[in-house]
Design a protein around this ligand. Structure first.
Ligand SMILES: NC(=O)c1ccc[n+]([C@@H]2O[C@H](COP(=O)([O-])OP(=O)(O)OC[C@H]3O[C@@H](n4cnc5c(N)ncnc54)[C@H](OP(=O)(O)O)[C@@H]3O)[C@@H](O)[C@H]2O)c1
Length: 344
């Protein structure tokens, strides 16, 4: 693949992830010269600025991926199901952030710092219809912390509770949080439209739909975290339990993590291991009020870890708190890092 003068496409360019893509492509000076922005018919003609130029949104149509080197899919599962193959047949290297292909055994699910080795084989022939999946935002920040610890202590079990921002449900959910907050403060009723319940001044212990059968009681979001974590870490039997909760914050997801290892973790060593891992930042001086918070992580690239402590119930257990911008490392940045790794 050529290394500069690339033609790229963003499907879902006007959405929460798409707009972050535009920002990250610009700030990282991604080497493109032509950009196709795709959105729904309501956004046709919407102008987006990226890389110092203005690009106008179009709808998807047959032949629209001609000459595209990288196609970033940031729309919905349905759009990816319908259009990813069209882009691949046109010869584009597709990086799909939807849930459609993540668990397909033929498709690599990649966080470059964690399992970037999957991209090695693509470097020579990436512009030939390759497909790489980007994980769920909740999974990305989790595996960024688990991987370096697993390499040293041997991961056996993970219990994670998530505190997920509304931007994880798309740009419409962010507007809903703002409107409901203003309405409730004005003494009016909060009307849920995109989310199942009012989110302003509330926490909702349901993200996605409830599953049945052997997964009875688990939501689709929680199942994604379980399966994707196992796939990315290449630990198919890893014991993972997750409770995913939507909270009334706009940006960045937080997670309370408890994990158990084969060997007892040592706290100072844990801080060193995490600090040394690319993309991870340790903020951990609790007595001075220094720990990760959404207000620090929003708009930032790093995955921030703190409140690192021993699990008082198990000698090989460890607890910590991890926060990361779901639109950035959780989606847009991760996808662009995949493309950058292929180009390197
Ligand atoms: N939000 C996150 O934190 C996050 C993290 C990881 C992965 N993801 C995944 O990223 C994808 C996008 O999520 P999001 O949060 O950005 O959603 P969003 O804010 O609702 O944006 C959806 C985008 O899809 C576009 N779209 C809708 N119908 C379309 C069509 N027929 N053809 C082309 N584009 C169409 C929308 O265009 P209009 O503006 O014209 O409607 C909009 O640009 C989803 O698959 C999601 O699962 C999201």
């Amino acid at each position: 693949m050529k290394k500069s003068g690339l033609k790229i496409a963003i499907v879902g360019a006007t959405g929460a992830v798409g707009r972050e893509m535009i920002e990250v492509l610009t700030t990282r000076k991604f080497p493109f010269t032509d950009l196709k922005c795709f959105a729904s018919s309501v956004s046709v003609g919407t102008e987006l600025e990226c890389g110092g130029k203005t690009w106008s949104c179009e709808v998807l149509k047959l032949g629209c991926f001609a000459g595209v080197d990288f196609a970033f899919f940031d729309a919905s599962d349905e759009i990816s199901r319908e259009w990813v193959n069209e882009a691949r047949l046109a010869g584009a290297c597709v990086i799909d952030n939807s849930g459609t292909y993540r668990m397909d055994p033929k498709v690599a699910l990649v966080v470059p710092e964690v399992n970037g080795y999957h991209l090695e084989s693509l470097k020579s022939n990436a512009r030939s219809g390759s497909l790489i999946a980007g994980p769920n935002c909740t999974t990305i920040q989790l595996v960024m912390t688990l991987k370096p610890l697993h390499d040293v202590y041997g991961l056996e079990r993970v219990i994670v509770s998530t505190y997920q921002a509304v931007s994880g449900a798309g740009s419409a959910a962010v507007e809903e949080l703002k409107t409901q907050t203003a309405d409730l403060l004005a003494g009016k009723k909060a009307n849920p439209v995109h989310l199942k319940h009012p989110i302003a001044f509330n926490c909702i212990p349901q993200i996605g739909s409830f599953l049945t059968g052997e997964d009875d009681g688990i939501t689709s979001e929680e199942k994604k975290v379980i399966l994707e974590t196992r796939k990315i870490l290449d630990l198919p039997a890893l014991r993972v339990a997750c409770t995913a909760v939507r909270v009334p914050t706009a940006a960045a997801h937080a997670e309370s993590v408890l994990c158990e290892f084969q060997r007892a973790p040592e706290l100072e060593e844990v801080r060193k291991i995490l600090s040394a891992f690319p993309g991870v930042e340790v903020r951990d001086v609790p007595k001075d009020g220094i720990y990760p918070m959404n207000i620090h992580s929003a708009g930032k690239d790093s995955v921030s870890v703190g409140r690192i402590r021993k699990d008082p119930t198990s000698p090989n257990g460890l607890q910590f708190w991890v926060v990361s911008d779901n639109l950035r490392k959780g989606a847009a940045l991760n996808a662009i890092q995949i493309a950058e790794a292929i180009l390197r």
